[in-house]
Ligand binder design. Structure first.
Ligand SMILES: NC(=O)c1ccc[n+]([C@@H]2O[C@H](COP(=O)([O-])OP(=O)(O)OC[C@H]3O[C@@H](n4cnc5c(N)ncnc54)[C@H](O)[C@@H]3O)[C@@H](O)[C@H]2O)c1
Length: 304
């Protein structure tokens, strides 16, 4: 089976590409390299995954590349909440217009399945916990809104006959996350590598649901193979982790004697976020395997 991954030279894209390749898929990474890392490009090369350089904003290039492709995993996007607040038009152009191109091209090139990589950012401030897929979607950042409109575009083309799966990923971590736009785990590790304490905004009791990128890659494979179509799934662990506990665990695993630094809470930060993953467990057979402590340990070894 031939799978094309948009954003295939990014953090989630390249880990998924390598995972699928190891499971005998024919994989092509499609990326414009704007936010790709050398680390990801080297790893794709080592694993023999070809990369097509192109933008999802280039409808012609997409159409050409999709010839003979069975499944598209659409992971290309700009992903920074902060940047999206400063540059909303950049995010709408890239993430929304880009997704429209991808879904349109999939329909017209007879792609059998589009797996749209969405985000927990579509939910906004949780009104009930854990967050299930039918929780209201009220994004509180332009980034979250672009991901939600991307879902609506995907469903629109679903109405025209395109088969799709939408995966709402929570906080993903693991090898190859880019420095500039990375999540909190990578930021903490980067501070420690400079001998500085991690910075916590607020009192650190806020929670997040951290999922390892290898478990995400597994969820994508299950979506391709599962036979379930036109559904939305949360992909997470279902377990809340307080940011303070996260910081303390990383410091302990790194063998350092530091205390986190507390700063004023940031505007717009969500207090608690963790997922109800029972739908993915039931319909996809999804079961995250990598515990946070195990995943953090591996990541620290890799950076050492
Ligand atoms: N990292 C997370 O915690 C997380 C959580 C939820 C959802 N997601 C979603 O997962 C997807 C991948 O995120 P990531 O963390 O791997 O980000 P990333 O920035 O590492 O990867 C995104 C890749 O997309 C590429 N790209 C961007 N615009 C493009 C365009 N116009 N044409 C072609 N390529 C383009 C970039 O060059 C980059 O390589 C995104 O859709 C994001 O919204 C990520």
């Amino acid at each position: 089976m031939r799978v094309l991954i948009t954003g295939g030279a990014g953090f989630i894209g390249h880990n998924t590409a390598i995972y699928l390749k190891k499971h005998d898929y024919e994989v092509i990474a499609f990326d414009n390299f704007r936010r790709a890392t050398d680390y990801a490009i080297k790893r794709l090369d080592t694993h023999g995954v070809p990369i097509v350089k192109g933008s999802i904003l280039d409808a012609k290039a997409l159409k050409e590349t999709l010839k003979g492709v069975d499944v598209v995993v659409h992971a290309a996007a700009y992903i920074s909440v902060e940047e999206s607040i400063k540059k909303p038009a950049l995010y709408f152009r890239n993430n929304v217009a880009g997704t429209a191109n991808v879904a349109h091209a999939c329909l017209h090139e007879d792609v059998k399945l589009l797996v749209y990589i969405s985000s927990a950012a579509v939910y906004g401030n949780p009104v009930t916990l854990p967050i299930s897929e039918d929780h209201p979607t009220t994004p509180i950042s332009p980034y979250g809104l672009t991901k939600l409109v991307g879902e609506q575009i995907t469903k629109f083309y679903g109405g025209q006959g395109l088969k799709y799966i939408i995966l709402r990923l929570f906080n993903v971590y693991g090898p190859g996350q880019s420095g500039a736009y990375a999540g909190v785990i990578n930021r903490f590790i980067m501070r420690l590598s400079e001998g500085k304490p991690p910075i916590i905004y607020g009192d650190g009791t806020q929670t997040r649901d951290f999922i390892h990128v290898y478990d995400v890659a597994k969820a994508i494979k299950l979506s391709i193979e599962g036979g379930v179509k036109n559904e939305v799934f949360n992909i997470a662990t279902g377990k809340p982790t307080a940011i303070r506990d996260l910081a303390e665990n990383i410091i302990r695993l790194a063998g350092l004697d530091l205390k986190p630094l507390f700063k004023r809470p940031r505007m717009g930060d969500i207090k608690h976020s963790y997922a109800d993953i029972s739908k993915a467990e039931k319909l996809l057979g999804f079961k995250p395997k990598i515990s946070l402590i195990e995943g953090l340990g591996d990541l620290l070894n890799l950076k050492a």
